[in-house]
Design a protein around this ligand. Structure first.
Ligand code: FE
Ligand code: ZN
Length: 500
């Protein structure tokens, strides 16, 4: 009879030291992707996965989580609990999340499958493989939640197609496309370190708490289910970056640039969470500024980046700038989403008096002077002339982060930040010094960017009119102001019926 292996032995036998010397191909042919980025590894055996989970234990645990998740989702659906949301406007936060972030979960599934194959290390391989499966599960739990809301609200019927086509969704999409096409080491720095280890709390914690605060149980539910995988993902990111920095001193300058780049790109994407917090949540939790100070300044800039200083890592200039831009950036983003709502798959609205007071209180140095007067003007236009302001043109996009060039100089909010580079006789525009710097490092990569506005002008998005483009996006009454929307009319009707 065979002896039963202890857990430790089982782990070693199934996930450790599975490497072998290939005989009928060269090692470079078996692992063609781990050298061209310039990262030097002298001993792959030095990387340890602190979790040491076996495949069997992993599958059991995840099955248990799924069981709980789906039972909560079912009971929410059966009791029509969406009627207890704080307000119908809340669902617009979900629309932005499901169309912007959920497809990134799927991209992370593919990315981690790729790295688990790319490195000649069965330890990183297994850990990345588990994360790849996690990300697929996150995609599924989120899509099942979205399908529940899709029965009652606009904007969620075509998530995949919208993610590929709609202008503002190219911001998160381009972020992951950029990471995927870097190479396995850059991908790990971008996603496992910068995103999972550094920025995930900034995106998910406020979003999930905001969901709970606004009575959205399914989102809290998939959030908890995903956050419990997060400890493993963060550990993978943290141990990976240390491993790379310890392996060879030549790795430091490469990693330093990647950290600068990916902290900036990641911060830009998390601004969408900022919009949720400061504008979309009917019941406010904390301001974006407070979240950034807590989850970014304290935990990242003064916390885990400091932990990397003994390896020679320098403080990030982009992080420092992000903390300055916090006074203005999120307000500029919401303004653009508001003025282009006729071309968006969610609804926006003019902040009411109470909301404006709250924003003034949270941003006393910029909001009263630079933003409040504009909202009062827009409200006056609406109340006096019955005109809801929409911007009739198309915005200039940043070639790197793909946000419209909408950000102002936080030292002088009357001035836009507008940068450009000339490459092979063509002009490329940027929203910031950091996006310009990223482009100038690798122009051959970014001149290939699929910029939605350029594509519209080139006639590749359904046709020349706004209506043609929206049809190509697959919109069906998903756009316009909240108070002009079917979502709003339904919400009022349902609540009349419920109280009658
Ligand atoms: Fe995930
Ligand atoms: Zn940019």
């Amino acid at each position: 009879m065979r002896k039963r292996l202890s857990l430790r032995e089982l782990y070693r036998a199934s996930t450790y030291e599975l490497e072998w010397e290939p005989t009928y191909v060269k090692k470079e042919e078996a692992f063609p992707y781990h050298e061209y980025e310039g990262i030097k590894v002298t001993d792959w055996g030095k990387w340890e996965d602190p979790f040491r989970m076996t495949h069997e234990a992993y599958v059991k645990l995840q099955a248990e989580k799924d069981k709980i998740f789906y039972s909560v989702l079912d009971s929410f659906a059966q009791t029509q609990s969406f009627l207890n949301l704080s307000d119908g406007r809340y669902v617009n936060a979900l629309k932005l999340f499901f169309t912007g972030v959920t497809p990134l979960e799927y991209m992370a599934h593919r990315g981690h499958a790729l790295v688990s194959r790319a490195f000649p290390s069965s330890r990183i391989g297994f850990s990345a493989f588990c994360q790849s499966l996690d990300e697929l599960r996150h995609t599924q739990t989120q899509l099942h939640t979205a399908s529940l809301y899709n029965q009652y609200f606009h904007g969620l019927h075509s998530i995949r197609r919208m993610h590929d086509r709609v202008w503002y969704l190219s911001v998160p999409k381009s972020y992951f496309d950029d990471a995927h096409t870097g190479g396995p080491f850059e991908y790990m720095t971008a996603i496992s370190f910068s995103f999972e280890y550094a920025l995930t709390n900034l995106l998910f914690v406020p979003f999930m708490s905001g969901a709970g605060y606004n009575n959205d149980q399914p989102t809290v539910n998939f959030g908890f289910s995903a956050q419990s995988d997060e400890a493993r993902h963060m550990t993978l990111g943290a141990s990976f970056i240390r491993f790379v920095l310890e392996q060879h001193e030549d790795n430091l300058p490469i990693v330093q640039e990647w950290l600068e780049k990916w902290m900036w790109r990641g911060y830009r994407v998390t601004l969408l969470a900022g919009v949720l917090m400061d504008y979309f949540l009917p019941k406010k939790l904390m301001s974006w500024k407070e979240a950034l100070e807590l989850y970014f300044e304290q935990q990242v800039v003064n916390g885990l980046m400091r932990d990397l200083e003994p390896y020679g890592v320098k403080p990030l200039k982009s992080a420092e700038y992000a903390l300055k831009e916090v006074l203005t950036a999120v307000h500029d983003v919401y303004w653009v989403l508001f003025s282009f709502t006729h071309a968006a798959a969610f609804h926006t609205w003019i902040p009411d008096e109470e909301h404006l007071d709250w924003l003034c209180e949270k941003y006393p140095d910029t909001f009263p002077q630079h933003y409040r007067p504009r909202w009062e003007k827009v409200r006056e236009m609406r109340e006096k002339n019955g005109v809801r302001f929409y911007y009739p043109g198309l915005p200039q996009l940043c070639t790197v982060c793909q946000f419209p060039v909408l950000f102002v100089n936080p030292d002088d909010p009357r001035k836009f930040v507008f940068r450009y580079s000339v490459y092979r006789g063509e002009i490329y525009h940027f929203c910031s010094d950091f996006c310009k710097w990223i482009f100038d490092r690798e122009p051959e990569k970014y001149i290939q960017s699929w910029l939605p506005v350029h594509e519209i002008y080139a006639g590749r998005c359904g046709g020349p009119t706004v209506a043609d483009v929206l049809a190509w996006y697959g919109f069906e009454g998903d756009n316009m102001d909240y108070f002009e929307s079917e979502d709003y009319r339904n919400w009022v009707e349902w609540h009349k019926a419920a109280t009658a």
